[in-house]
Every structure is written in structure tokens, then in C-alpha cells.
Design a protein. Sequence first.
Length: 338
Amino acid sequence: MKANGLLSASQSVLMAVVSRVMGIVDVPLRYLQRKAGQNGMAAFFLAPNMAIFAVFVLVPFVINFVYSLTGGSAIFLSERSFVGAEQYREIFACGNYLDPNTCKQDVFWIAAGNTAAFVVLQVSLMIVAALITALILNREIIGRGFWRAVFFFPVLLSPVVTGLIWRWIFQRQGVLNAVMQGLGLEPHDWLTERNSAFFASIGVSIWAHVGFYTLILLAGLQAIPKDLYEAAQMDGTSRSRVFWRITLPLLMPNLIVVLVLALIRAVQIFDEAFVLTHGGPGTSTMYLVQYIYETGFASELRNPGLAAAASILMGAVLVVLTLVQMAASRRSEKKGAR
């Protein structure tokens, strides 16, 4: 009883302090509301977020665009010369865009082709894996909470840690080859052979991020009314028909979100792949972000203007993907309203 009394007294004191502080803060806010009105108050509360957006997004974007219009290897803008759209012309100087060897910046187009192939394969496999995993984890299985945590755990790891773990597994004297030798199979050079290195980067990326998309799809599955499944079961509807007629249509808004988020993330692939293969062998796992990084910073013949132009082009692709997401989301909302 004494403990409960002390707890109640401490809560009363805390509430009194909070009320006093809020009363002090309330005075200038009420004055501001009278002077600025409702719209002014909205602008007041949005101002900190807008300032952060301007400092960390808008201003760097403008600086990056200005860099793309300059030439030379110097870092400071004051030491760089204005060349206009020359960097963009150099990127698009190609005899045949499907043949990087005919392009002046052949490495850029190799990286773009690798990125396009990576996006198509990785996103397709990612969505299938996330959907299957979500369907399994949505069922009444033993240890369901444990398995949900297991599938989400890789999302919490640093991309560098993920790359190092899988590099240790895939290397010539790594765990995977040790297992294969134990089974009487020949070891394989997973990270020094072009095709296997490319597919290894896809597999590692899926392993690292599938838990996040599974969580989104799992939330969508749990939002589907169980009455629909019970009615379908009473009608004797097969499981495949229930999936195609009930689950998939009602899960479509979540699938659209997963699709676009996976596309945006896949276009920006860098960290896991860079730690895993460093873009090799050759340029088989060289992706756009790595090309931008090496062109602007890591190369001895660095060209910040060319790297900035490449990043602007990649940003334009991401904007298009975002607009596609918004249009698809609005279309699905209109269908749901009907």
C-alpha cells in the first residue's frame, strides 16, 4: 500500500511539472496562433523539417547539379571551369547504346547494364521470396514469432557486415566450398567467376532485405478479413483459387509498395556488392553507384563533374520510379473505393 501511495504521489508531482511547463510553452504558441492563424501555425511546425530537408537534400542536390556543369579534377567549385552540358554529352556519346564498347564512357554503360540486369532479377526474385515467406509466416506454425524474428534479423545488420559475412562464406577457402568438399564435390570460385559473382551479389542482397518486404506483405495479409476465407472454405473453393481470387487482389496495394521500394533500393545497390566483390571480376558486378563513387573519389583520374552528371541521371530514374509508385497507389485506392 505504501509503495502504491509513493507511486501515485510521484506521478502527481510529475504531471504537475509537465502541466506547468506546457502552460509556459502554451503562452507564446497562443500568441503566435492569434497573429499567424491556422496556416501560419502549420508553417511554423513544418519549418524545422523543411529546414532539415533543405540543408541535407535540396542544397546538396543543387550543388551536385552545379558540379555536373563543370570540368576538371579539382574538388572546390572555385577551382573548376564551367563546361555546360559537356559531361552529359560525354556520357551519351555512343555509337550503339546496347554495345558499351562503342561508347566514350564505356564503364558507365557497363555499370548501367549491370544495374538494369540486377534490378530485373533481384526485384523479381525478391518479391517472390517475400510473398512466399509472408504466406508461410501468416499461417499457424510452431514458433511463428521466432521465425518472423529470424527472417527480419538480416535487415538489422550493417550492409558492410552482411558483405563481409558472405565474402567469408563464398571465398575460395570459405565455408561453402568446405561443405562442398565434405560432400565430395569440387570447390568453385564463387567470387572470381563472372556469372557466379553476379548471382552471388543478387543472392546476398535478397538475403539482406527480404525480411523488410516480408513484413510489409505480412501486414497486408493480416489486414484481409478472415470472413472471406471462411466463406470460401464453406463453398469448397480450392486453395489456389482462394489465393488468386482473394489474397492476391487484396494484397495488391502492399505489393505495389514493395515493388517500387525494391526497385528504388535495387537501383542504388552498392554497399553489399562492393564489399563482396569490389565490382569484379573485371566489371561484372560494377553498378552505377560504384561507378559514381570511383569516378568522383576513388579513381586517380577522378572527374567529379562526370560523377555528378551520372548521379543526376540516376536520380532522374528514381524520380520516375517514385512517380510510378504514386500513380499506381492512387489507382489502387480508387479501385478500393469502388
